[in-house]
Design a protein. Structure first.
Length: 143
């Protein structure tokens, strides 16, 4: 039993001796300054990450409109300038996405599983329909 406490003391002493040279070279002010600089860098990086995330969310937003059962879903979308809409045909028949006022180029014939994308760079209301099935209509509102 007496061997075990002696061994324990030896371990504790060796732990302290590992850090002692480091602690001898670093005084409290140096350590405080290093922590301050690290915190300042971390804070400024976090601010930039949120700015980048905000820009990405408004400029690079990608939204999907599903074509299925002879309808567009969602039927109406409200987006920010710079957002991209992708129409994907999940229907068993082909469809063509066409702008009602020729505000954007129409898609090619979309067979099942095919997609068409358009990026909206100006504010406004964009009405569209399927030129094969004109009763299918939708609307994009860009603010």
């Amino acid at each position: 039993m007496s061997a075990s406490p002696a061994h324990y003391r030896k371990s504790a002493t060796s732990c302290v001796s590992v850090f002692t040279p480091f602690l001898n070279h670093v005084n409290t002010r140096t350590l405080a300054f290093a922590m301050f600089v690290a915190f300042a860098l971390l804070s400024s990086t976090r601010g930039k990450e949120s700015e980048i995330r905000d820009l990405a969310s408004t400029k690079g937003t990608k939204t999907e409109v599903v074509i299925d059962n002879f309808s567009f879903s969602p039927n109406t979308l409200t987006l920010s300038v710079g957002a991209t809409v992708t129409w994907i045909n999940h229907d068993n028949v082909p469809h063509v996405v066409s702008s009602a006022d020729n505000q954007f180029k129409k898609s090619t014939v979309l067979k099942t599983g095919q997609t068409f994308s358009h990026t909206f760079v100006a504010t406004g209301t964009y009405s569209y329909f399927c030129s094969i099935h004109p009763r299918m209509t939708g609307r994009i509102i860009v603010k």
